[in-house]
Design a protein around this ligand. Structure first.
Ligand code: C2E
Ligand code: CA
Ligand code: CA
Length: 664
């Protein structure tokens, strides 16, 4: 369209530049004829009517000047005139081509002239007859200027009429001088008429060209404006609405939707593990992936009457009018499944999944004063939870949930770049055999430094990481690092790694662990995963399934912090564990008699169930001796070994338990 218009534009410029007598551009000529066709048809019909009327009225001259043949010639006028009038009317009515009508008019003029000449030529009043020839000029004039005939038709017709009247003059009884005057008059008149007719046609053509040029440049300007507006509102990569356009449409839609008493659902859609995708497959494939996802989401959103755009990076935004939370959830899930169905391969995810998926956080307007900033922040919050819940999921913002404060926000920011920036590290604390002092295993503990170097306590950053979902990536990083730092070089026979419930629920977690063991060629029994008991996990089928899958691999599962949660005993029923770690508070309670008995009872209970027991928080020789009396085999605590970096693990500067010498 744009290309052909550009071509037309240059044709017009060319046509306007070249001299008028050069043959016209055929395309423009056709356009010109098409554009003037309706006016020309009307003009021809009107011209014929006027001409026939004049022709018949001139019969009065016949009756007056030629008393002998006047009646016959006047009647000839009527017959010929009306015949051609009807002919042209019928042709117009039948919408015959303008050329045929034009030729009919020309023939009509010629026929009228010749018929009159033949009939009136019989008169005895020859002087009046040849004097009357001057009216031949009227015929020439009519054919050239009156009918708006095509130039070549009118020129042919005018020339023929000129010849006709010249011949008639030559063969008449007129004196030679009059013949010369008449013929000269006809020829000169023909020249003038042709010139005027050509000039008129050329001017009409030029006017048409100028008009066309103006229309064209107006259209071009309009299109350019539209293109600019579109450019400003379109995401360059996906062709979707950009952030700006989405905000604009949100503002336009909200009044209408709120008037209808509906809520507006705002959704943030984030591509899971997009960075590793980009890193592994390259930016071009990354872009392609975003385009594909964007298109699919756009189609799905449009089908649901929603508005979709790219929010930036690997994030899309959608909003839709929704009656309630359930509808919002259904819509979000339909978008999530749309992407899942694309099945774009992604073998660099850290959760064992092999396709590209999205996580969706959504929220809904709750009052009559919607604000996209607030809603997108809420959706963002929900998105974090969706990611924390294992990705490829949907989370609806819960206004009742506590909002994180500024400090948590800052930590969340640090966590997003912790592994990439080397802000996170692992230290290892030995789990020691009480009687021999041998290191049974080391527990990996995460350490985080802020960008300014200050240490942030795990009790502060782990809960934030769990809330934001950063724990999933951090957890994978920790497992991998423990294998690299401890198991591979053989610094310890076994490592126990803390695993959050959120990691456990992430789809593909057992697969990740299996791949890791395969990658480093490690015996599965060298790895233990410490899982903290929590209220909901014992009844969460996904977690229990992950635990049994991991045990099938041969990986040990240890129950951490036993006695601090709500469902300790329920846990013991629900899943199998290789060991149970009893929280340090119980050991610190043995200072009282009741506390000592209580711990003894717990230990016996667990041992009776065939579970191995690990006591945490041993800080003194007395505590260690107490544990030996209780037949506790494994213990952990500052007294037995502080958490240290991998390079310092196994350096025997801690106390030998119960006076025995520790492992060399
Ligand atoms: P936890 O798993 O119970 O880890 C034991 C905590 O007790 C560690 O604190 C350790 O430094 C501390 N501890 C060791 N011996 C003694 C002792 O004799 N006396 C006392 N009072 N404390 C002792 P830390 O390193 O601050 O870790 C706190 C918690 O953070 C951990 O508790 C664990 O729940 C969590 N955490 C640490 N690293 C990770 C990790 O990589 N992943 C996950 N999901 N959680 C982790
Ligand atoms: Ca632990
Ligand atoms: Ca613990």
């Amino acid at each position: 369209m744009v290309g052909s218009e550009a071509g037309l534009g240059s044709r017009i410029e060319h046509a306007l530049d070249q001299p008028l007598w050069k043959s016209a551009d055929p395309v423009l000529r056709r356009m010109f004829e098409e554009s003037t066709e309706a006016a020309d048809r009307a003009s021809v019909r009107g011209g014929v009517r006027a001409a026939v009327a004049c022709f018949i009225l001139f019969g009065a001259f016949d009756l007056w000047l030629f008393p002998d043949t006047g009646v016959a010639s006047a009647l000839t006028r009527v017959v010929v005139g009306l015949f051609f009038l009807f002919l042209v009317e019928i042709q117009s009515h039948k919408k015959l081509s303008l050329s045929i009508i034009n030729i009919t008019c020309a023939l009509g003029l010629f026929a009228a002239a010749i018929a009159w000449l033949l009939v009136a030529g019989n008169t005895a009043y020859q002087v009046q007859y040849w004097q009357f020839f001057v009216f031949g000029a009227v015929f020439v004039f009519s054919s050239s200027l009156f009918f708006r005939l095509k130039f070549w038709i009118s020129a042919t017709c005018s020339a023929s009429l000129t010849v006709l009247f010249s011949v008639a003059a030559i063969i008449s009884d007129a004196p030679s001088s009059s013949k010369v005057i008449l013929v000269s008059f006809f020829v000169i008149f023909l020249g003038f008429a042709l010139y005027l007719s050509w000039q008129l046609a050329a001017e009409r053509y030029v006017t048409f060209l100028n008009g066309l040029r103006a229309r064209l440049s107006e259209a071009a300007a309009r299109e350019k404006g539209q293109q600019l507006a579109q450019l400003a509102n379109t995401d360059y990569l996906t062709g979707l609405r950009n952030r700006r356009a989405v905000v604009q449409e949100y503002d336009e839609s909200r009044e209408r939707w709120l008037r209808d008493g509906r809520h507006i659902g705002v959704l943030l859609i984030d591509v899971d593990y997009f960075k590793p995708y980009n890193d592994f497959y390259g930016h071009q494939r990354g872009d392609q992936c975003l385009v594909e996802i964007g298109r699919a989401l756009d189609v799905a959103a449009a089908a649901a009457g929603a508005v979709l755009g790219r929010y930036g990076g690997e994030e899309f935004i959608a909003f839709q009018s929704v009656p309630d939370k359930a509808a919002l959830f259904d819509f979000a899930e339909s978008l999530r499944k749309t992407v899942e169905a694309l099945a774009i391969p992604h073998f660099r995810r850290r959760d064992g999944f092999s396709y590209v998926t999205v996580s969706i956080g959504a929220t809904m307007t709750r009052d009559a004063s919607p604000n996209l900033d607030r809603e997108s922040a809420e959706a963002d919050n929900a998105l974090y939870s969706a990611k924390a819940g294992g990705r490829n999921g949907t989370q609806i913002f819960d206004p009742a949930a506590p909002l994180s404060d500024d400090e948590d926000r800052a930590i969340a920011d640090i966590l997003t770049q912790a592994t990439a920036e080397g802000l996170v590290s692992l230290v290892y604390q030995p789990v020691v055999e009480v009687t021999s002092g041998k290191v049974h295993a080391v527990e990996s503990l995460m350490r985080l430094r802020g960008p300014d170097g200050t240490l942030i306590s795990p009790s502060v950053f782990i809960p934030v990481a769990e809330r934001t979902g950063a724990i999933i990536a951090l957890g994978y990083w920790a497992l991998r690092t423990a294998c690299i730092e401890v198991l591979k070089p053989g610094i310890a026979e076994k490592v126990s790694v803390n695993v959050s419930a959120i990691q456990l629920r992430a789809s593909g977690f057992p697969l990740f662990v299996a791949n890791l063991l395969g990658e480093f060629d490690l015996k599965p029994t060298r790895l233990a995963l410490e899982i903290t008991e929590g209220a909901d996990i014992a009844s969460d089928p996904q977690s229990l399934q992950a635990i049994s899958a991991l045990r099938e691999l041969g990986v040990e599962i240890w129950l951490d912090d036993f006695g601090t949660g709500y469902a300790g005993l329920a846990w013991l029923h629900a899943a199998h564990f290789e060991a149970v770690k009893i929280d340090h508070r119980f050991l610190h309670g043995i200072a009282t008699r009741e506390g000592a008995v209580f711990l003894q009872n717990i230990i016996r209970l667990l041992q009776d169930r065939g579970l191995s027991v690990i006591i945490e928080g041993v800080e003194s020789q007395e505590q260690l001796e107490f544990l030996a009396k209780c037949h506790v085999l494994l213990a952990q605590g500052y007294y037995l070994g502080r958490p240290v970096p991998a390079a310092q693990v196994g350096r025997r500067d801690e106390h030998s338990p119960l006076g025995h010498s520790g492992r060399a």
